[in-house]
Each structure stands twice: as C-alpha cells, then as structure tokens.
Design a protein around this ligand. Structure first.
Ligand SMILES: Cc1cc2nc3c(=O)[nH]c(=O)nc-3n(C[C@H](O)[C@H](O)[C@H](O)COP(=O)(O)OP(=O)(O)OC[C@H]3O[C@@H](n4cnc5c(N)ncnc54)[C@H](O)[C@@H]3O)c2cc1C
Length: 355
C-alpha cells in the first residue's frame, strides 16, 4: 500500500503561498489552500512585478538568495512556458553618475552576476522614447517583468490543489503540543498534518496565541498604473526617481519605493506628480492617464531576510514570509518543500527563531 500523502494546509494565496502550493503538490503532498479573499489579492496585487537581481546591493546575505531565486525562476519558466509567455525580460538600471553606475556593475560582476554596461548610443537605440539617455546603464538580461497576481493564480491552477477562497482562518487548532488544523472565522474546521502560514503581514496574528512572533513589519510602497495607447518601452527602466515598465496591454506601471507619511495617504496625488516626471523623461503618446494608485504593505524584516521554518514550541506549524516576495516566492517554495518533505534545511536563510 502506498504511504499516505502528507496533508498540508497553506494559509494565504499570495505569490508566496501559491508557490508553496505548487512545490508541495508537485512533490506529492495533499495541499489545501485557505485564503480570506481571492488568490493574488493581498499585497501581491499591488506589486510592480520586477523579478531582478540588479536592484539588490551585492554583499549582504540576501544577495546569494536572490541569485538562487533567479535560477529558480529560470527552472520554473522551463517547466511552465505558457505561464511566462507575457513576461518581459531585461532591465536597464542606472545611478546618478556614470562612475556610480560603473562601480555598481563591477560589484555585481564581482558577486558572480552576469551584467553588461551599455553606452548612451545603445540605450537610445534600445529605448528611443527615453528623452535623455544616461551616459551608461547596466543591462541585466535575466531580470523579468511579470504580473505577480496572475502568476499566483497560474501556479495554483498548475498545482491542482484543493482551495477554499473567501474564508479567513481564525486560529490554528492546538491538540496537546501539536497543531491539528485550522479553525475558520465562520467556525469551520480543516484538519491537516502541517499548517503553513504564508499570510504575509498578517502572519503574526496567527502565531500570537502560540507565544511566537516572527516580528514582521508592514513596509509601505505605492503602485501606480497608467493607461497608454501605444508601446513606448521595451525593457524595465530604473533610473534616479523613476522605476517604470510597460506590460503587453501597453499599461505603464510605476513603483514608488519610498513614501513619507504625508504621501502614503494620497497615492493619487503621487500618481499625478509622477505622471509629470514621466512626460519629462519619456516621449509619451497623448492621453496617458492614471488608472490605479494605491499603497501596499510589504512583509518586511529589519535584517532584509525572509523567514522560513517550523514554529518553535509546537509540532506541525511552519511559516514562509518575507520581502521581496515576488522575487523570492519560487525559491521559498522549493526550499520549504526540501525542508518539510526531505528534512533538508537551507543554509541560505538563517533560522531567526524558527526551526
Ligand atoms: C508598490 C509595490 C511594489 C512591489 N514591487 C515588487 C517587485 O517588483 N518585486 C518583488 O519581489 N516584490 C515587490 N513588492 C513586494 C511584494 O508585493 C510582496 O513581497 C509579496 O507580494 C508578498 O507576498 P505574500 O504572498 O507573502 O503576501 P500577500 O500577497 O499579502 O498574501 C498573503 C495572503 O494571505 C491572506 N491572509 C492573511 N491572513 C489570512 C487569514 N487569517 N486567513 C486566510 N488568509 C489570510 C491575505 O488575504 C493575502 O492574500 C512590491 C510591493 C509593493 C507594495
């Protein structure tokens, strides 16, 4: 008789939970996802969708993890080519001066990342709608731009798991020292051998009654989306004051990383201000207009690393959360499956209180 499949509940169907569902189901677990809203509707729906290494500073521990994350994306693209059909590869990145850009490219190369320096003439040929190309930029060929919410839905579909959407988990059920499942807010119960918390910034609400907190913080950032009638950009562009990409439907997407308290509450005002900057920097067609402006709260830890591991003090509960979640989701899914299903814990992510 075949051994019984491990029954895993995944709480949260953002990009991280979706990737975990995919990896666990592919490796033989019986997965049940529980999501309070819809798949990909948390902060994943507000993400810019840039899977990149070039915006990561070489050196700190998360750099190795992001290198591994890009390798995992390459494997996923081979595995699910149709899912990535609309993804756009390649970014151009530059800093305030050519000297700073060159030094940053050199640091990436030293850290083992394959990047190329391109000059103003090349940039102008590649991106003819950039009004004033910088003297040089870093071309990062393996970066990708994609729709993270769609990727979350596609991974869940590809996983073929059981899913309960629109029902919130109220608490984990503790039987003695073991978690035996989850209690839903409407009083339903789902049983499992393991509960994985992929609830983003909400993770500590679920661990609190077990006497453990991951220490996740909610870090705000603004997403701006603009209708645009024509193709304008070929790659993701990241220069001082502007991070922009265009999707296959011609929509322009901008992420505004830093916001002060003043702007956090007024995303539309930020969107109109950025539209002026876009017109200054880019040749845009008539009628580009703001269609979405919203703050999103990223699950962030002060050491810049994600959290992945079993909760201490109980049996049967696991946490998977951290930033940058879109970049890291596939690698977190694989590492969690290695850990839970094969007992191999990755040295890429320090335990930070987890087991
Ligand atoms: C403007 C902006 C731009 C960004 N750009 C990028 C980028 O380019 N690249 C990148 O890597 N990252 C980016 N991020 C960060 C990225 O969005 C997050 O790191 C990532 O989406 C986190 O995914 P998650 O699955 O952990 O969280 P979420 O997407 O928030 O998913 C958690 C899910 O858990 C559910 N949930 C919570 N509590 C419960 C409960 N009790 N019961 C049931 N369900 C529950 C929620 O409804 C939610 O759907 C950006 C973020 C913002 C705001």
């Amino acid at each position: 008789m075949a051994p019984a499949k491990i029954r895993v509940i995944i709480v949260g169907a953002g990009i991280v939970g979706a990737s975990l569902a995919f990896h666990f189901a592919r490796r033989g677990a019986a997965v049940h996802m529980v999501e309070g809203s819809a798949a990909g509707s948390g902060v994943t729906s507000r993400a810019f969708g840039w899977v990149n290494i070039i915006n990561i500073v070489p050196g700190p521990a998360n750099y190795r993890l992001v290198q591994e994350a890009l390798a995992e994306y390459a494997r996923l693209q081979t595995d699910l080519p149709a899912v990535f059909a609309a993804a756009r590869p390649g970014s151009l990145f530059w800093l305030a001066s050519a000297a700073e850009t060159e030094a940053f490219a050199a640091a990436h190369r030293m850290a083992g990342t394959d990047v190329e320096l391109v000059d103003a003439a090349t940039i102008a040929a590649w991106e003819p709608n950039l009004r004033e190309p910088p003297a040089c930029a870093i071309f990062s060929p393996r970066d990708l731009a994609l729709d993270p919410a769609k990727l979350a839905r596609d991974l869940i579909d590809a996983a073929g798991v059981t899913a309960t959407f629109g029902r919130k988990v109220e608490s984990l059920i503790l039987s003695g020292n073991t978690i035996s499942g989850v209690r839903l807010a409407d009083d339903g119960v789902i049983e499992a051998d393991l509960v994985i918390l992929a609830a983003g910034t909400a993770v500590d609400h679920l661990t609190e009654n077990l006497g453990f907190r991951t220490g996740v913080e909610a870090s705000p950032s603004i997403i701006l989306r603009y209708n645009c009638a024509e193709p304008v950009l070929n790659r993701i562009l990241r220069g001082p004051g502007l991070e922009i990409r265009q999707s296959a439907d011609n929509r322009l997407h901008v992420a505004k990383g830093y916001i002060d308290d003043h702007e956090e509450n007024m995303p539309e005002r930020v969107g109109q201000r950025i539209l002026k900057i876009m017109h200054e920097r880019l040749r845009l067609p008539e009628g580009v207009s703001l269609v979405e402006a919203a703050a999103g709260y990223r699950p962030f830890f002060s050491d810049g690393m994600p959290r992945l591991g079993f909760l201490p003090g109980v049996e049967g509960a696991y946490a998977a959360v951290g930033h940058p979640g879109v970049i890291l989701a596939p690698v977190l899914g694989r590492l969690a499956a290695d850990h839970v299903l094969e007992g191999r814990r990755s040295t890429l992510i320090p335990p930070a209180g987890l087991i």
